[in-house]
Design a protein. Structure first.
Length: 79
């Protein structure tokens, strides 16, 4: 695991606190060419606001805190 992936995971750990308060969770899948792939779990998995939360919360924070992140993409864990 490279330093960028470690920083992504550390940053997701900060975000996780807020998701767990609502019964959800987030998991890092991979980082590839500027794209961060994540899955949502628990209450977040089927939430109608999941895509908005990814774009307006997770993506914004990761882009601010992790150099090289250009987008966060939600991966369907059921595929």
């Amino acid at each position: 695991m490279d330093s960028t992936e470690q920083l992504i995971i550390q940053t997701l750990d900060k975000i996780r606190y807020f998701l767990k308060k609502d019964g959800g969770d987030i998991q890092f899948v991979k980082f590839d060419n500027g794209y961060v792939y994540v899955t949502l779990h628990g209450a977040c998995q089927d939430c109608a606001f999941a895509n908005a939360d990814i774009k307006e919360l997770v993506e914004v924070i990761l882009m601010e805190e992790v150099p090289g992140v250009i987008e966060v993409r939600l991966v369907d864990d059921n595929q």
